[in-house]
Design a protein around this ligand. Structure first.
Ligand code: NAD
Length: 485
């Protein structure tokens, strides 16, 4: 049981202009969350290696063909990027599984397919983009064109490394930028292989990879004066630090940050669907999702029934080997993260939460980072487990009596990434969707990411958006030209 899904390369290195990066930092261990075994080492890129990567991207931008390529030619390259990923879905899913402990079933069917689709999506998008033309002012013609910005620093988290980072890579490249990617130091394996595969397709220096810890490699990257824009997905605290650097350097940035999203279930909902949706909303991706519906608000007349059925289903979930097709919940991504999630179970006990299920490590599963699916009823929305992002298989329930109370509880949060509403009563749905302070509201569906639409958060959940038009605005500069006719 718990065999490694693949044997990764013993050492993982960055890539600068298609060659192994000079590194310069220490070697960092990479662990398989399924067993806790060390499976590889990552060579950390120090400030000099980071500078080399930014300079390679700069040369590719200033001198290379990429930013000036015709749209049709760029689309053809993006299409080859997509094919390169699709041809290697199994290997990439296995590498991702080794570093993250995410379920192979989900990695193959969803993450890697999404990664490939990200390139198709932005290829399609740029095939339809057009400039603007104004000739209303007598005697003058004004046109507005969009130019690439330059060198993009792309910083990715560990919870869905390839799916999230390829959105940034595809968007940056589609609009003619060059890029330096820094994956999470915990989960570098599959992204290193993605960048390697794309070297076969992209001109030299268009996509570079640096590896290492955030405060070392990440900080050197965002502080480098050669960086023209920063796209970051990760924790809110890190986002604050990076944005202050971006402010000093006057560099545009987008911040996709944390969440503590409300999942509001009304008695007027189809409760079977709402139950399925609530389970997916908190336990998918091993419970590690920015968009998790982690505060589940249930209307009081159905509260006991709903929480009882939820606890029964959660307790029956198959926890274990991420390679096993039957597994429903795999390990958490790292030992420190598992300890942090278990720390919230302690906090919940101290705060007087009522445990419906879980709240402990699955010791029976060996040294892997397995935590039992957990659900608690909090004494109020002021509880830490109702306010702080746990980022694990941990649902916090709260009852409510009226839509107004549900809105007040849902909006009483530092975060505002997404919200979920379950009801078959249209006026209730309309009231809720208009009042919830969140960047995305899903009604009667757990998660449906429409790439054409903006995705991002209110309040501490982010600044800026990702998505078709939002990425076009972020990854391009607008240039207005006026000439007499
Ligand atoms: P993190 O903030 O610890 O790290 C994210 C990335 O930033 C990593 O690559 C890390 O090495 C790097 N980093 C850390 N400090 C840095 C610094 N000072 N300068 C530059 N880079 C630095 O986050 P994480 O723990 O990897 O990811 C989990 C968090 O990400 C959660 O809060 C989750 O909600 C959030 N997230 C948000 C979204 C979204 O779309 N809103 C999606 C996924 C994850």
């Amino acid at each position: 049981m718990f065999d490694l899904p693949i044997t990764p390369a013993p050492r993982v290195q960055g890539l600068v202009a298609g060659k192994a990066s000079p590194g310069g930092g220490p070697e960092l261990p990479v662990y398989y969350p399924g067993t806790g075994a060390q499976v590889s080492v990552l060579v950390e890129d120090g400030p000099e290696a980071v500078a080399a990567a930014v300079e390679a991207a700069r040369r590719a931008f200033d001198n290379g063909p990429w930013p000036k390529l015709s749209t049709d030619a760029r689309i053809a390259v993006l299409e080859r990027c997509r094919e390169a990923i699709l041809a290697n879905v199994d290997e990439l899913a296995r590498l991702e599984c080794v570093a993250t402990g995410l379920l192979m079933r989900e990695l193959r069917a969803m993450h890697m397919k999404r990664a490939a689709y990200n390139f198709r999506f932005f290829a399609d998008y740029i095939s339809q983009t057009a400039g603007q033309r104004y000739d209303q002012t007598a005697g003058f013609l004004t046109t507005v064109a969009r130019d690439p910005v330059g060198v993009a620093a792309l910083i990715a988290p560990w919870n869905a490394p390839v799916a999230l980072a390829t959105m940034k890579i595809a968007a940056a490249l589609a609009f003619g930028n060059t890029a330096v990617l820094k994956p999470s130091e915990q989960t570098p394996l599959a992204l290193a292989r993605v960048v390697e595969l794309l070297q076969e397709v992209l001109p030299e220096g268009v996509l570079n990879l640096v590896n290492g810890r955030g405060p070392v490699t990440g900080a050197a990257l965002v502080e480098h004066p050669g960086v023209d824009l920063i796209s970051f997905t990760g924790g809110t605290q890190t986002g604050r630090q990076i944005m202050s650097v971006a402010g000093r350097n006057l560099v545009p940035c987008t911040m996709e940050l944390g969440g503590k999203s409300a999942n509001v279930v009304f008695a007027s909902a189809d409760l079977d669907r709402a139950l399925d949706g609530a389970l997916i909303g908190i336990f998918a991706n091993n419970g590690q999702q920015c968009l998790a519906g982690s505060r589940i608000l249930v209307e009081r007349p159905v509260f006991e029934e709903f929480t009882g059925r939820f606890a029964e289903r959660a307790a029956a979930m198959r926890v274990g080997d991420p390679m096993d097709e039957a597994t429903e919940l795999g390990p958490l991504a790292s030992m420190p993260h598992m300890n942090r999630v278990l720390g919230f179970a302690e906090t919940a006990r101290a705060e007087g939460c009522r445990f419906l299920t879980g709240g402990a490590r699955r010791e029976d599963l060996g040294e892997g980072y397995y935590v039992a699916p957990t659900a608690v009823v909090a004494p109020s929305n002021a509880a830490k487990v109702a306010q702080e992002e746990i980022f694990g298989p941990f649902a916090t329930f709260l009852p409510f009596d009226t839509p107004e109370e549900a809105i007040a509880i849902a909006n009483d949060s530092a975060y505002g990434l997404v919200a979920y509403v379950w009801s078959d009563h249209l006026p209730t749905v309309m009231t809720m969707t208009e009042a919830l302070r969140a960047g995305v509201v899903w009604v009667n569906t757990p998660m449906m990411r429409e790439l054409r639409a903006p995705f991002g958060g209110y309040k501490a959940s982010g600044v800026g958006r990702e998505g078709g038009a939002a990425c076009e605005a972020f990854y391009t500069e607008e240039r207005t030209v006026t000439i007499p006719k």
